[in-house]
Design a protein around this ligand. Sequence first.
Ligand code: SIN
Length: 394
Amino acid sequence: MRIVETELLVIGGGVAGAYAALTARSYGADVTLACKTPLTGGSTRWAQGGIAAPLAQGDEEAHALDTLKAGRGLCEPETVQAFVRDARSHVETLRDLGVTFSPHVTLEGGHSRARIRHTGDSTGHSISLALAGALGAARGPALNVLEGAFVRNLRVSGGAVVGADLLTPDGPVQVRAGAVLLATGGFGRLYPVTTAPPEGTGDGLGLAWQAGAALRDLEFVQFHPTAVVRSGAAFLVTEAARGEGGRLLNARGERFMERYDPALELAPRDVVARAIAAEIAATGRVDLDLRHLGAAFVRSRFPTVTASLAPLGLDLGADLIPVQPAVHYTMGGVQTDVQGRTGVPGLYAAGEVASSGLHGANRLASNSLSEGLVFGARAARAALAVLKPVPART
Ligand code: SIN
């Protein structure tokens, strides 16, 4: 069997894993990144609406408050503070890596002001490509990327995680690592109607559990309010569509959100999803209406959604779009502290696989891409700090 020795093994190639690997490399660490898909796989590339971060220092408090409110009193305040403090500079790093955000920032449910940066409606895809490009450029003896690698188990010795056993396209590989960082995403695919990618099967939670880590808040599963569901497959219509002024109508043509929340369509996601489910039960259907925004604007602002709906015979700019809630994000996961440390020495977690306390019972829209950056970087630092001196964060 092939044996790979590395300082840090990162499992997962989405935003949290890719950014953790790049961060660790920037500290001079020897890194191996293993992911079961190609590098641009995972749910990151599916994210449409954008990436939330305080626009300026003065926005940190408001962003923290919005995050705490959406989380229904169950966020860890220290984690939320760390998130809003760090997020903006990491988003700037994405710019340095070549992500060209629109000068227009948008609004989404639960945000008290427009602070979502985006690249149209394919923000996750742009970020995924930029991170994969940076990893590709850094690939070499000190950055080993194993794509198509399925992790069978973590290796545990003396109560600490010391590596993993992988199945790769080239055969089994034993990775001996100073530390392992899980960034394997959530478990949305355990549900029949979900916007999660096929690979979102919760593998990281199982691996961590078997290694002795605690899992937390698994009951907090987020439904995205506006999925278009055909033949059991759910396609997301980004929350930014409501951020730009999209309205929700029931089968009687009523703008029913007036009866549920003063923020109307921009109430937090859990409120809107429950309202839609209730209105579908009561009236038979709910539609998203963007027609008043003008077809040309809608098609150019949301080209990905427009193109995806076209084969269904639906025109986002000109038709009522039938929507329903679908499982979208899993708040619970491997319990970590604010540095991404699990309770098991040598094991770290970041991104959707982790339960860092950022989201509480309900994630604020567009906090997940920035979560991946902030906690991917924090977990990488924490893991390396045990192995070698790590310079202070600038
Ligand atoms: C969306 O674009 O509506 C998804 C954003 C998110 O899940 O935060």
